[in-house]
Design a protein around this ligand. Sequence first.
Ligand SMILES: C[S@@+](CC[C@H](N)C(=O)[O-])C[C@H]1O[C@@H](n2cnc3c(N)ncnc32)[C@H](O)[C@@H]1O
Length: 280
Amino acid sequence: MDPKLLPLLTCPRHAETTLTVKRIDRVVDGMIETGQLRCDQCGTVYPIADGILDLIGWRLPTSVAQLVNELPLAAWAYERTWRPIALQLLSGEPFPLEREVGLIANLVGVEQEGLLIDVGCSNGLYARGLAQARRQRDVRGYVVGIDLSLAMLREARQRSRRERLPISYIRASAQALPFAAGAAQGLVMGGTLNEIGDIPAALREWQRLLAQQGRGVMMSLVAAESGPGRAFQQLLGSGGLQFPTLAELNSAFATAGLRLRAQWQYGVVAFSLVQRAIEH
Ligand SMILES: C[S@@+](CC[C@H](N)C(=O)[O-])C[C@H]1O[C@@H](n2cnc3c(N)ncnc32)[C@H](O)[C@@H]1O
């Protein structure tokens, strides 16, 4: 956890209340390893352990997908097995990670300073891509990875530490992001919308957090058109995944107050670029 990020962090229950430092016990390479933050509004104390700020605490997974994401083996295997081949299989064309991450970094505008957040980051693939792109261009700012799963965040942190990338990881819900309105220059999301639960609430958080000229870039999966594809997605639906059609996705953006600026579709994979439609 980058200590310079602290003035930007708010309570997930009181979005306009900045968290205060209760104690910092250990700092390694300029990052807080262990400590506690506090909300002066509700008195809740949030721990930082192994460099990860936990704003969730104990909770039961609400779907099979969430349960699997909590397993250390799943977190370990995610970027080693499924992720490198995922877009090639889902789009039906060559789609290496470099192409995907390059697309995300260009669309979100890494050359702009400020806060970039990878929402539902899993192993931190997009967060690392953004931090690397900024390092190459010598751009200042913060990159944050957010996820519900502690196992995923631990794996993400190990990966970014190996690459010496100063990414801060926070265990939080996409429906209650711990930042004030207009705090984010960029928001990115890779595949998470399909298992996020309450999609309207998550998109309202994008609308709240994005700065006026900020950009939101999302890779998500839309409803398949073929019979077998639809049947498979229906099966995954019982595990907590949802696959809106492109029209439903775009209607959800509009309802949340997000303006669609550009969109590309490859098979069931959609990349969407959105901005705030309404002023703060
Ligand atoms: C498909 S994976 C994300 C993959 C990652 N973005 C990437 O590009 O490699 C979905 C992740 O979202 C997380 N997640 C699901 N629902 C969430 C929620 N409501 N808030 C925050 N994270 C969530 C899961 O724990 C899981 O790690």
